[in-house]
Design a protein around this ligand. Structure first.
Ligand SMILES: Nc1ncnc2c1ncn2[C@@H]1O[C@H](COP(=O)(O)OP(=O)(O)O)[C@@H](O)[C@H]1O
Ligand SMILES: N[C@@H](CC(=O)OP(=O)(O)O)C(=O)O
Length: 439
């Protein structure tokens, strides 16, 4: 049993969905649990819908949503003939879910509406892919992951209820994957047999549901994590993330065209890379895989014959310097109001503010009577945090910064990367250097 995850870029057009079909077909003798994200930038587009709705601009929200509807219906038109009507019926039921919700004025918190609206991106994309595969004789079962992945109601960053989810995954395994071995070893079982299961299940990444059947999301780019949850609970032999790049590289090739391909990485290294902001894998993905020793492959959906990267327990001997740049950073300067030391109490309160505002600092530097915190520059969150922290500190915020992280740095590389830059803050240990500079 293998777990595959196809991200937004891999299902972004008719041709890309056809390409996904070719990849899945080439694994015809495997059991596959397939997790798919929303098409292209649909999640961003849905964010705009919910923002307009919550701001009281219902007409604008519906108009924006109409654009998303049209894009999916057009894709269905190009992909499907015999299954077209059934697919449109299912797409319509998801459209209605969102339109119903936006019928009334918002009365609950923004994050609740965010999850109810944004979750539809994955439902739509998986519906299209599943019908298309069935039409192309790649028999598969579509499942609504909200019936499987149970979470708490911490909307936009929901926490998994592993016990409930594990029970549901056991049921799924028994129903869809149980007789695949028999199917493989027996020449008797065929697709026409009542007991035959194709062993291909398609479901959504990134979303889940509470015990009250309210949709939740697991944090942006959370589909990698969903795939890892399934890999863990199904005891998969491997997980593969299909990307538009050849492999994991030593830097984002869009920013650094000379970035090197890395064929092998350890779980430890990737967890560090993700923590420092590498956009290649969601930070929560590694733990469920590491705990069960399940290797993670990153492969190119453009050329699946390429080896890609394998991430596993083994520590590769030599790694090149790995560069991560996080743009749009803000530095919050927090100064003791009465010249007293910054002890445990104000720090505990500050961390409580981080938690309640769902903020994860990217860098913290403490001094005797002051603290500096580097954060992603999300103005609403920063304003809120600054107002709360203002109760215990004098607060100033500096913007227009970028955070450079180099793992396995060399002095020469640091000099090259920071030449001519106005450095605001720097931290360094044996393996990693972080430099915050003005853009
Ligand atoms: N270290 C890295 N190695 C490879 N790609 C990276 C790295 N860091 C960032 N990327 C970027 O990640 C992109 C692929 O991820 P993404 O677009 O999020 O895919 P998807 O939405 O399909 O999951 C690549 O096009 C590349 O620009
Ligand atoms: N669609 C969600 C979840 C996700 O993981 O997407 P992708 O695999 O395209 O990064 C998002 O954009 O956040």
């Amino acid at each position: 049993m293998k777990v595959f995850k196809f991200g937004g870029a891999s299902v972004n057009s008719v041709e890309r969905i056809q390409n996904v079909k070719e990849i899945i077909k080439s694994y015809s003798d495997e059991q596959l649990m397939i997790i798919i994200s929303a098409m292209g930038k649909t999640t961003n587009a849905l964010e705009k819908v919910v923002e307009a709705f919550y701001a009281g601009h219902k007409e604008e929200a519906l108009q924006l949503f109409d654009g998303i509807k049209k894009q999916h219906v057009t894709t269905a038109k190009y992909l499907l003939v015999t299954h077209y009507n059934a697919c449109i019926e299912q797409l319509n039921s998801f459209f209605t879910e969102v339109e119903w919700l936006m019928h009334d004025k918002p009365v609950r918190a923004f994050d609740y509406y965010y999850d109810q609206v944004v979750c539809v991106g994955e439902l739509l994309s998986t519906c299209l892919v599943s019908y298309y595969l069935n039409e192309m004789q790649v028999a598969n079962t579509w499942l609504d992951v909200r019936d499987i992945i149970r979470t708490d109601d911490n909307f936009r960053d929901a926490t998994i209820d592993w016990e409930y989810t594990a029970r549901k995954v056991d049921e799924l395994k028994a129903q869809y994957f149980h007789n695949m071995q028999a199917a493989q070893s027996s020449s008797v079982l065929t697709a026409d047999d009542a007991n035959y299961t194709p062993g291909i299940v398609i479901t959504q990444g990134f979303i889940g549901s509470t015990d009250e059947n309210e949709s939740t999301t697991l944090g942006r780019e959370g589909s990698d994590f969903t795939a890892a949850i399934f890999a863990n609970l199904l005891n998969a032999e491997s997980q593969t993330i299909w990307k538009d790049v050849e492999a994991v590289m030593s830097a984002d090739p869009k920013q650094f065209p000379d970035a090197e391909i890395i064929h092998e990485l350890s779980f430890d290294e990737v967890i560090e890379m993700a923590y420092y902001g590498a956009q290649i894998i969601h930070p929560k993905t590694i733990k469920p895989l590491q705990n069960k020793g399940i290797p993670l492959h990153v492969k190119s959906f453009i050329d699946p014959s390429l080896p890609g990267t394998v991430i596993y327990k083994k520590q590769p001997r030599h790694l090149p310097p790995i560069i991560i740049i996080k743009k749009q950073q803000a530095l919050m300067h927090l100064h003791s109001q009465d010249f007293s030391f910054v002890g445990e109490k104000p720090i505990i309160r500050l961390y409580e503010y981080f938690a309640s505002n769902k903020i994860r600092p990217n860098l913290i530097q403490t001094g005797a009577i002051s603290l500096q915190v580097c954060l992603d520059d999300k103005p609403e969150k920063i304003d809120h945090l600054a107002a709360e922290a203002g109760a215990i500190f004098d607060v100033q915020v500096e913007k227009g910064l970028s955070l450079l992280t180099i793992r396995h740095y060399t002095t020469m590389l640091i000099e090259k990367m920071t030449a001519g830059k106005e450095i605001v803050l720097q931290q360094q240990d044996k393996q990693t250097i972080q430099v915050l500079y003005r853009d």
